[in-house]
Design a protein. Structure first.
Length: 318
């Protein structure tokens, strides 16, 4: 049995390591899933503590609330996909347990399945396969003709509640995130963009330090009423270049059309991480781009020697 423990963005990604440590008191098989989620394989813990999944989840929730003041929602299922889906539908204070995967999935929209994006969902819906139950009832060969051999088999299995993905403790991070909270509800677009510049610079430096690149960025804006809006977009090429990250962050911010919205905080997450040595870089004849990359490398060396605030963009140093 797998537990998926989720918490609200107001707690911040800094709570995630604490959550992993808390779950580690029950099982050593814990995988962080940034930004606000962790998976725990509790099959051994259920036998050891002689509790049901719902009872063990209740203990975890009470400890998180008592120790850190964070109210979590928890989903339980026989595999990570079902646990995540249950957590997305669980109400605060309750644990949603999936005992019958077929009944749980039958009426769910096909886009709710792992690995099904908007494009795949449009293709499937065009043939009337708009729910997990209909996909599960479709012949495997039909799905493979529609979306490909490998993707078709994975889709067919997931529609039937089969997910072979293991919970991997201490897995390599698949994303990096940074966030900024404003001292008051911020309506000034310029201040919001200064925060985004700071976040992009931080993520770029962290990626380059780890010799990594990212394939996409996700922006989350938190408002005064604690609601959030998220947008994500793929980069033209995998990169850790601060200028590219900043440009995409600004584009995501512009796409929200916030105008006079009262913003409490912003978070930026770099997704699809991979090793920098395997990333291709499109060569250009733009001397400004090459100059910016050389300056960036020098700035990284200066920060490594004198601290992260040794060199800052002019708008942040003002």
């Amino acid at each position: 049995m797998i537990l998926c423990v989720r918490y609200g963005p107001e707690a911040g990604e800094s709570f995630l390591p604490r959550l992993v440590d808390l779950l580690g008191e029950f099982t050593p098989v814990v995988e962080a899933a940034p930004p606000h989620e962790a998976l725990a394989d509790v099959r051994g813990a259920l036998r050891y503590f002689d509790r049901t999944p719902a009872e063990l989840a209740a203990v975890i929730r009470v400890r998180a609330l008592a120790l850190y003041g964070v109210d979590c929602v928890i989903g339980a299922g026989p595999n990570p996909m079902l646990a995540r889906m249950a957590a997305r539908e669980a109400r605060p204070g309750l644990t949603l347990t999936v005992d019958d995967p077929a009944a749980f999935l039958r009426d769910r929209p096909v886009v709710a399945l792992d690995g099904v994006g908007r494009a795949t969902a449009r293709t499937l819906c065009g043939y009337g396969l708009d729910s997990a139950g209909r996909v599960a009832d479709a012949p495997l060969a039909v799905l493979q003709r529609l979306v490909g051999a490998k993707a078709g088999r994975e889709l067919w299995e997931r529609a039937r509640g089969i997910d072979r993905t293991p919970v991997v403790p201490n897995a390599a991070a698949r994303s990096l995130a940074a966030e900024r909270s404003f001292p008051h509800d911020e309506t000034d677009r310029t201040e919001q963009r200064r925060a985004l510049l700071s976040l992009a610079a931080e993520l770029g430096a962290r990626l380059r330090t780890g010799n990594q690149v990212c394939r996409s960025l996700a922006l989350t804006v938190r408002y005064a009423d604690r609601s959030t809006t998220s947008r994500s977009r793929t980069l033209p090429e995998p990169t850790a270049h601060t200028a590219a990250l900043t440009a995409l962050a600004y584009a995501l911010h512009d796409s929200l059309g916030l105008q006079r919205a009262r913003v409490r905080g912003v978070a930026l997450r770099a997704e699809g991480l991979g090793p920098a040595e395997r990333a291709a870089h499109q060569l250009t004849f733009d001397p400004a781009d090459e100059k910016a990359r050389r300056i960036e490398a020098v700035a990284d060396r200066a920060r490594a020697k004198f601290g992260p605030r040794a060199i800052l963009p002019g708008s942040l140093a003002a």
